[in-house]
Design a protein around this ligand. Structure first.
Ligand code: SAH
Length: 247
């Protein structure tokens, strides 16, 4: 592999939910810059690489984005094969495309590698089909958190008829609930909140739109978690999930 930057999705947490292409990129990597939602267990695929943690979890001390950009550029220009490892998919609330644009504008070759995004993983791990014939004709991925505090069109979301999957919502539960109720989503709409999806410590809390805040409080729901809102959130094909590999 020639010197370039791979922007790689590490999936939701379970190291076995990573793609073969991600594993190949890690195998070839000399420098790996890793986000803090990535399970460090995946680093077994790059035992000789220099690993640089660049976590930016909300509320924690974070590595400024500009610094991450410059670090990737510096190593790539030195001829190293760089993997930028992100949780889930690099382009779902992951700045993958911003980083790719910036690197390409600086003459660096970039390759994006898909990962399984947390919302899809969380739902499936709980046996929730995000789409279902006759029940949910689509699914909308939404972040409750914005940097510029721009507001979402909650009313349109409430009336979209699609399953909603909310990321970064733990600190915004009240807003999500109130806006969706005000937007016309029925109070009894099922809600599933899934913490640490696909990891051995995964927990799920089922409720409905009216009760989700109290339920989350009683459950002591913590980030990282995704919320699935819609009729399908009452379902649970109890799949026999094998998390032993990560236990
Ligand atoms: N690019 C990532 C999302 C990064 S934003 C992806 O595609 O999954 C961070 C948010 O993702 C968290 O606030 C949480 O809502 C969600 N998330 C990430 N990992 C998760 C996990 N294992 N379980 C539940 N939610 C998770």
């Amino acid at each position: 592999m020639s010197a370039k930057v791979w922007l790689v999705g590490a999936g939701p947490g379970d190291p076995e939910l990573m793609t073969l292409k991600a594993v190949r990129a890690l195998n070839a990597a000399q420098v790996v810059m890793i986000d803090d939602l990535v399970n460090p267990a995946v680093l077994e695929h790059c035992p000789n690489a220099k690993v640089i943690p660049v976590g930016k979890r909300g509320g924690c001390r974070s590595t400024p984005q500009a610094f991450i950009h410059r670090l990737m550029l510096r190593y790539a220009r030195q001829g190293y094969c760089v993997v930028r490892l992100k949780g889930g998919d690099p382009c779902i609330f992951g700045r993958g495309s911003e980083e790719a644009d910036w690197l390409q504008a600086h003459g660096i070759e970039v390759e994006l590698v898909n990962g399984i995004t947390a919302g899809l993983a969380g739902a499936t791990q709980c046996g929730i089909p995000l789409t279902l014939r006759g029940v949910a004709r689509g699914v909308t991925l939404v972040t409750a958190h914005t940097q510029d505090d721009s507001s979402l069109n909650w009313r349109a979301l409430a009336q979209s008829g699609t399953t909603l999957v909310i990321y970064m919502g733990v600190a915004k539960l009240e807003e999500v609930q109130q806006e969706l109720l005000a937007g016309g989503l029925p109070a009894g709409t099922p809600v599933a909140m899934i913490e640490n999806a696909s990891l051995p410590q995964q927990r799920e809390c089922r409720s409905d739109l009216a009760g989700m805040r109290e339920a989350a409080l009683a459950f002591e729901l913590k980030a990282p978690a995704v919320m699935v809102i819609g009729e399908v959130a009452a379902l649970g094909v109890k799949a026999a999930v094998d998390r032993q590999a990560t236990a």
